[in-house]
Design a protein around this ligand. Structure first.
Ligand code: GN1
Ligand code: MG
Length: 374
């Protein structure tokens, strides 16, 4: 879509959602791998208003309306919790979707794309290259998120992407992609494929605990990258948790593992220099110090014990997802450079190897921090 077409579409969206002001500027926000996100700035009297406008990838999220229902239930619940604590700046602490007059949260353009509008969190930033203090704060934010939703009935939510963190299913998808080998790429990724296959039983560890009925289903975020937490620009405290599309029933360990996988690796998720990729143990400890105190009263011992393993599980799971997409011809994740999915796979494998070596230390550090809290 050209810039002029986008501008005119956004003017329509602003009218449809009755947003304040006249469209002045559109800026792309490029961090997501699935949806397209923009900041829309309007002129409103002598000042400006900001809105987040997003095109939902309806090939990935096949039922966008159900996402909106999930999000409105969950954000309402969080808002009530914040009110009970007399928190005043609610608009900065919980995400809000705008509604049109007919109550819907979407504008569907003539090509069938779903567009939605979300509140902009003023005086806040989203951080991708987190430092150690950000890790602690990210841990607090996602721990608090689980705590706030610990009395929310998980089965009242739709599964917006079924089997999202079902690692066994993710492995089955990888095996299928390798069998089909649609693009003839399998031969060139034999080493990566063989490594992931050799790690299958470790990757399926959380599935195994679930089979034994050891881990409760909760409402979890499911995409706990540190850039999904907004930080106050002045105080660096956490504000709203964003990107609620995958909020669904899941395991506490899924949120923990994914957060450490992403922010605990200073090399970044898709660095093609794998010598830069490792799990920083101090980052890990900082995340644990933020997260665990927020969940200690709601978590079972088995859940807490599952946390270190989850870091390896989610890293292997994502490596399997990236490799599957590479074999399938790059149809799911946005690719921003040649062989992006293979670069991502290699980075996640390098990280998984390091995490696997450090597992005794991950367990020891968690235990030490839990002993301190109790
Ligand atoms: C996708 O688009 P984004 O960054 O919110 C993906 C996550 C992956 C992540 C890897 C719906 O999230 O599961 O962990 O990329 N989201 C979906 O960067 O598949
Ligand atoms: Mg996401």
């Amino acid at each position: 879509m050209s810039n002029t077409e986008l501008f005119s579409l956004f003017e329509t969206i602003i009218k449809e959602f009755k947003l304040k002001g006249e469209l002045k500027d559109i800026r792309g926000i490029s961090t997501g791998n699935i949806n397209d996100t923009y900041l829309a700035v309007t002129k409103y009297y002598n000042g400006e208003k900001n809105y987040i406008i997003q095109r939902v990838n309806h090939h990935v999220f096949t039922e966008p309306v159900k996402i909106a229902e999930n999000v409105s239930k969950v954000t309402y619940h969080i808002e009530q919790k914040l009110r009970e604590r007399n928190v005043t700046d609610l608009r900065r602490r919980v995400l809000r979707y705008y509604k049109r007059d007919d109550g819907s949260c979407y504008y569907i353009d003539e090509k069938g794309n779903y567009w939605r509008v979300m509140s902009f969190v003023y005086g806040a930033v989203s951080i991708t290259d987190a430092n150690i203090q950000h890790l602690r704060t990210t841990g607090e934010a996602f721990g608090e998120f689980q705590n706030q939703l610990s009395d929310f009935y998980a089965d009242t939510l739709y599964e917006t992407i079924p089997d999202f963190h079902n690692t066994r299913k993710r492995y089955a998808d990888l095996i299928k992609a390798a069998k089909e080998d649609k693009e003839g790429r399998l031969e060139s990724v034999k080493e990566e494929y063989d490594y992931l296959m050799a790690m299958q039983s470790k990757a399926e560890y959380l599935c195994y605990l679930c089979d034994l009925g050891k881990l409760p289903l909760r409402v979890v975020h499911n995409d706990t990258k540190c850039n999904n937490v907004m930080f106050d620009v002045d105080t660096d405290e956490h504000l709203a948790v964003i990107d609620l599309d995958t909020v669904m029933p899941g395991l506490m360990a899924h949120d923990f593992g994914d957060a450490v996988r992403f922010a605990g690796n200073p090399g970044g998720e898709d660095n093609d220099d794998i010598s830069k990729i490792y799990l920083d143990l101090d980052y890990y400890s900082a995340f644990v110090e933020g997260f665990v105190p927020k969940v200690i009263d709601i978590a079972t011992n088995e859940e807490i014990e599952s946390l270190p393993d989850s870091v390896l599980v989610i890293t292997l799971e994502l490596a399997a997802r990236f490799l599957t997409d590479y074999l399938n011809g790059d149809v799911y994740f946005k690719c921003k450079k040649p062989m992006h999915n293979l670069i991502r796979t290699r980075a996640q494998i390098a990280l998984a190897k390091d995490i696997d070596n450090k597992m005794p230390e991950l367990r020891a550090r968690l235990k030490c921090i839990c002993d301190r809290i109790k």
